[in-house]
Design a binder for this molecule. Structure first.
Ligand code: NAP
Length: 255
C-alpha cells in the first residue's frame, strides 16, 4: 500500500497523520517533535486547538524540512466573515508561508456555507494553501458546495472507527472523489473489545494498531492523537502487517 493518497487536484496526503487536539503548550511541542522524529509526515491542527505556534516550533526543532511535512489547519465556522485573516493568523503562528490543507472545521449555517468555501477557493488561488476541504459535512452539504461553486471539497474529515463503519457513506465519498479522513479512531472504539483483542493477538499487534490498519485498508486517512511517546511510535507502525478479508468483515460488523 502506498503511504500517501492523492487528493483531487494532485496533492499527496500521507495516510497516517498525527492528531493534536487537546495537546497544548509544552505537551504539544514535545509530542509533535517526537512524532516528526518518529517519522510522521502529516500533522492535523486547527485554529480552535490553540497549538499552532507550538506545532511550528516543534517542526523547526525537529530538523525535518517543511517541504516534507503535510500540515492541515481548520477555519472555525464562526470565523467565516474573517476567514482570510484567520488563515493569516494560522500561518503566522505556524511560521510558514502556506499550509497543505485548509478545512472548514464544521458546516456554518445557511449561505455562510458557500461564502466560507469561496474563501477557501480564494486562499488556494493565492497560494496560502495547497489543497482545501471540509470537516463534519454530510454528503448533502458536500453536494451543495459542488453544485453552487463548481468545486467539490478534496477531503471530508469526519468521526470514524469500526463502530461507525457505514459502507454507504464511505461509497458516497469515493463516488465523488472525496477522500474520507477519519477522526477520533480510538475514542470511538472499544479498545478492550474481545474481537479486537483476538485479531490483534493473531498478528502480534495491539488493538489500537488493528483499528488504524482497518482504516488504511478501507482507503481512509486516519489521524490518531497521543501524548505518549511509545504510543506515538506504535500508531505509525502499521505497514508491517495486513488484515485478512475475514478480519476486515468481522471489524466492519462491529458497527
Ligand atoms: N474535525 C473535528 O471536528 C475533529 C474532532 C475530533 C478530533 N479531530 C482530530 O482527530 C484527532 C484524533 O482524534 P481524538 O484526539 O479525538 O482521539 P483519538 O486519536 O481517537 O484518541 C486519543 C486518545 O487515545 C489514547 N491513545 C492514543 N494512542 C493509543 C494507543 N496506541 N493505545 C491506547 N490508547 C491510545 C490517547 O491517550 P494518550 O494521549 O494519553 O496517549 C488519547 O486518550 C484529533 O487529535 C484532532 O486532530 C478532529
Amino acid at each position: 500500500m502506498e503511504q500517501t493518497v492523492r487528493l483531487a487536484g494532485g496533492v499527496e496526503i500521507p495516510r497516517v497523520g498525527f492528531g493534536t487536539w487537546q495537546l497544548t503548550r509544552r505537551a504539544a511541542t514535545d509530542a509533535v517533535r517526537h512524532a516528526l522524529r518518529a517519522g510522521y509526515r502529516h500533522i492535523d491542527t486547527a485554529t480552535l486547538y490553540g497549538n499552532e505556534a507550538e506545532i511550528g516550533r516543534a517542526l523547526r526543532d525537529s530538523g525535518v524540512p517543511r517541504s516534507e511535512v503535510f500540515i492541515t489547519t481548520k477555519l472555525p465556522p464562526e470565523r467565516v466573515k474573517r476567514a482570510r485573516k484567520t488563515l493569516e493568523q494560522s500561518l503566522s503562528a505556524l511560521k510558514v508561508p502556506s499550509v497543505d490543507l485548509w478545512l472548514i472545521h464544521a458546516p456554518p449555517p445557511g449561505q455562510e456555507l458557500i461564502t466560507a468555501w469561496q474563501s477557501l477557493l480564494a486562499a488556494r488561488a493565492d497560494g496560502l494553501t495547497r489543497a482545501i476541504g471540509v470537516s463534519n459535512f454530510s454528503t448533502a452539504q458536500l453536494d451543495r458546495l459542488a453544485n453552487e461553486t463548481g468545486e467539490m471539497p478534496a477531503l471530508n474529515q469526519i468521526p470514524w472507527s469500526p463502530w461507525d463503519h457505514d459502507p454507504k457513506r464511505l461509497a458516497e465519498h469515493q463516488e465523488r472523489g472525496v477522500v474520507l479522513e477519519g477522526y477520533s479512531p480510538f475514542k470511538r472504539s472499544d479498545l478492550r473489545s474481545p474481537v479486537l483483542a483476538e485479531i490483534a493477538a493473531a498478528h502480534g499487534r495491539t488493538p489500537a494498531q488493528v483499528v488504524l490498519r482497518w482504516h488504511l485498508q478501507h482507503g481512509i486517512v486516519v489521524i490518531p492523537k497521543s501524548g505518549t511517546p511509545a504510543r506515538i511510535d506504535e500508531n505509525l507502525d502499521l505497514y508491517g502487517f495486513a488484515l485478512t478479508d475475514d478480519e476486515m468483515s468481522t471489524l466492519d460488523a462491529l458497527a
